[in-house]
Ligand binder design. Structure first.
Ligand code: MF3
Ligand code: CO
Ligand code: CO
Length: 272
């Protein structure tokens, strides 16, 4: 029987995949560029401006978030998303200065030659608390456990399950309202990549599919709330939230991470 998803999930051609590699690397390089600027006293609007200038004037890429307006949303007003502490995702850069101990996700999506690369990392302003550092590390390993579940013949549910297990084993919770996504000439395309699930369920992965894995993991309860700006998503209980994101390609034998750069933190050491 045909999966009800597979008709609409694009298989990229080798030419498209090469363009996705270029876009993915450029997105990761924006994070490498901005990393040393993340410190107490800097505002998220300043970080956004630095990234915007680097994308537009150095890379000659287009920042995909700027004026992005999916159905039901107002145009996003900035070139990056900056999500601090209890902000889960889609934080709008603004004039608030980072304080010592803040954790911040910077999410970069560039368009180059018509193709998107989408990646985010967590950064620390000064020294984070032990709990904040642990949340960021657990979330990093969640993302990587999801990535390592990617291979032809695997199911989307295998990815979600790997992520959910690691998060919940560590007393953290998985945000349900937002997910990873297919990506290519469009920013968000099919399939939806849930960060929770059951093994052996959902779409069967095929070589040439490209999508993101971007778990949002909360230190407290999973519930989220959207602020009146129409974009910023926060935890309802105001607990800390972390997120990491890579764009990946399903290959003939496994997975290729497309959002790689010299400054991208390496895959963690897996103990079990
Ligand atoms: N980069 C986000 C993602 O990973 C989407 C941001 S949409 C924006 O899917 F408009 F807020 F930029
Ligand atoms: Co994404
Ligand atoms: Co993103």
């Amino acid at each position: 029987m045909y999966s009800r998803h597979s008709m609409s999930v694009a298989i990229k051609t080798p030419e498209e995949i090469e363009k996705m590699r270029v876009a993915g690397k450029l997105a990761a390089e924006v994070l490498d560029f901005v990393a040393p600027c993340v410190r107490p006293g800097v505002t998220t609007a300043e970080l956004d401006y630095l990234c915007h200038d680097y994308m537009v004037n150095v890379q000659k890429t287009t920042p995909a978030p700027l004026n992005y307006a999916p159905p039901g949303y107002q145009p996003f007003p900035k070139s990056t998303c900056t999500s601090v502490n209890h902000v889960v995702c889609h934080g709008v850069p603004g004039d608030k200065k980072l304080k010592p101990g803040d954790i911040v996700n910077i999410d970069i999506t560039v368009i180059k030659d018509g193709y998107h690369g989408d990646t985010s990392r967590m950064f620390y302003a000064g020294q984070p608390s032990i709990q904040a550092r642990r949340l960021c590390e657990v979330t990093f390993e969640c993302m990587w456990r999801g990535v390592l579940a990617v291979k032809p013949g695997a199911h989307l549910g295998d990815i979600g399950h790997a992520i959910q297990c690691w998060a919940e084993e560590h007393g953290c919770s998985v945000v349900r309202e937002f997910c990873g996504h297919g990506i290519g000439q469009r920013f968000h395309e099919e399939p939806q990549v849930l960060h929770y699930g059951k093994p052996g369920t959902g779409l069967v992965l095929r070589p040439g599919m490209t999508f993101t894995i971007e778990p949002m993991i909360n230190a407290g309860k999973p519930d989220v709330r959207q602020l009146a700006d129409g974009w910023t998503v926060v935890t309802k209980d105001h607990s800390l939230s972390a997120q990491w994101e890579h764009t990946v390609l399903v290959t003939g034998t496994g997975c290729e991470v497309l959002t790689v750069s010299s400054g991208a933190p390496p895959m963690p050491q897996f103990r079990d």
